[in-house]
Design a protein around this ligand. Sequence first.
Ligand SMILES: [Mn+2]
Length: 308
Amino acid sequence: MGHFAFANNTNRFMGAAPLSDQAFAVCGVPYDGVVTNRPGARFGPQAIRASSLMLCDAIHPVFDVSPIDHLGDALDMALPNASPLPVVREAIERQAAVLMDRHHCVFLGGDHSVTLSLLRVARARWGQALGLVHFDAHCDTWKDHFGEPSGHGTWTYEAIQEGLVSPAHTVQIGIRSSGDRAAREYVADQGGEIFTARALRGRDGVGLASVVAAIRRRMGERPCYLSLDIDCLDPAFAPGTGTPEPGGMTSSQVLTLLEELQPMNWVGMDCVEVAPAYDHAELTSNAAATFVWTYLSGEVAKRQGVGA
Ligand SMILES: [Mn+2]
């Protein structure tokens, strides 16, 4: 096939086919109605798709598989962007339920509020409180969104309150933004674990081995959901996002963690908060596409019994 197969598929992730009965699905959630600062993440999905075309045949050098033939792109959800958040959530949840019933899904945000809806669907689909690995500069455990009950910085708190995720199986990575102690340390106070960006400074490759071991030990075989806010990265690696926070992770650190956590029992992923209007040289969408590709390759390898 080669990369010429992309010619007519440039609006789909990695040039994948339209979604039919493939094991894996990519779907955009183009909603950015509750961002704190700069809007624009509704255009994230198409920017990530455009960058993903650079991956060519998409054979992953660690997992030695390409996800392309196992993947369909459902394009973007149709959402009532001007409606109140509960109406938007209902539309996301209705569409996500159909997809998660039939496919292992990766969702492209959108602002981070969409993750609460995706977790509601995943919780119902798997019938138990899920494990959560949450890459982010922000704890997203604020109890309100500047006076509103729900926003893109409340979903982790809400997910724990709703019993969607198990607090003891919730791990945050890259946290560093301003915030009051109660929010910053909420996950740890609930029995989970937080690896702040500060704690990860200067650690890469084998320097992350103890982090990997701690996460894998904590999660065991529990079904786990991966939520990756692109602002976990330093703005040097991901300027195109609504609430950039200096002092963040490197792309290599995130890739090391994604590769080493591959053996976990993942049930789905989202990659959110890519806002292409603030991007430079497609750095941000390129990082997002590479992270999604890494995750999908790891899952395809697992199904094919190919070792990492
Ligand atoms: Mn964030």
